[in-house]
Design a protein around this ligand. Structure first.
Ligand code: F6R
Length: 241
């Protein structure tokens, strides 16, 4: 695993964007695995900036997102599709038809998971998967205890995750209780993984995940077994490593 220590959130975002843009420059038809959440927002901003300067072209890029809430429409302000449109896709020249996020409104979420697995396979797999990490070590919506061998599947969200995400909704009851997520197996099949972490509140879980035992109780700990992981964090998040 390679580790880059950045001074602060901004330089962490810039370093992460450097790595994604290197991928896109070297392979203009890259398949990007993307994440939502607060951590990668600065990375997306930086990529948009370089696109606007003419340094990046997303014309042939394809994307697959990690996860989506079950029951939220694509234009719901808290849906992950909406997040991706407003934070990234609407500002670059990626082909809208080449962007994939699980469909939260699918009538049959299990069938949607099977379809999504086929989408990832059809694209030939993921070249670089961007991941944030939850305070409990979740990656995507793979919560502690989740089997390592799953591909895209439906999960019941844990109380702690619902509570952490409640800040984005009017009230806690509005947070969906289920989500569709790529599984650990899908994530581990990506050819490269870029983990972004920021802030002192992530320091303890970063240490546990990357220096502790590999266990389903800390989903991100499986990343220790991936041959091509880059961890980019600010000094605060990496302070306990
Ligand atoms: C987002 C996702 C989540 C987040 C994680 C960290 O698509 O799957 O696993 O990456 O919850 O979120 P932030 O970055 O908000 O701390």
């Amino acid at each position: 695993m390679k580790i880059y220590v950045a001074e602060d959130y901004q330089s962490m975002s810039r370093k992460a964007a450097n790595i994604v843009s290197a991928q896109v420059i070297l392979n203009p038809a890259s398949v990007l695995g993307l994440a939502t959440g607060s951590t990668p927002v600065g990375m997306y901003k930086q990529l948009i900036d370089w696109y606007n300067k003419g340094d990046l072209d997303f014309d042939q890029v394809k994307s697959v997102n990690l996860d989506e809430y079950v029951g939220l429409a694509p234009d719901h302000p808290q849906s992950y599709r909406y997040f991706m449109q407003t934070n990234f896709f609407d500002h670059i020249n990626i082909d809208p038809a080449a962007t994939n996020v699980p469909q939260g409104l699918a009538a049959d979420p299990a069938a949607e998971c099977a379809r999504y697995n086929q989408v990832i396979r059809g694209l030939g797999g993921i070249d670089i998967q961007v991941l944030g990490m939850g305070h409990n070590g979740h990656i995507g919506f793979n919560e502690p205890g989740e089997a390592f061998e799953l591909e895209t599947h439906v999960v019941d969200l844990q109380e702690s995750t619902i509570a952490a995400n409640a800040r984005f909704f009017e009230k806690k009851e509005d947070v969906p209780s289920r989500a569709i997520t790529m599984g650990i197996k899908s994530i581990m099949q990506a050819r490269q993984i870029l983990v972004v972490v920021s802030g002192e509140d992530k320091a303890a879980i970063v240490k546990t995940a990357f220096t502790g035992p590999v266990t389903p109780l800390v989903p991100a700990s499986i990343l220790q077994m991936h041959p091509n992981v880059v961890l980019v964090g600010d000094r605060a998040a990496l302070s306990k490593l």
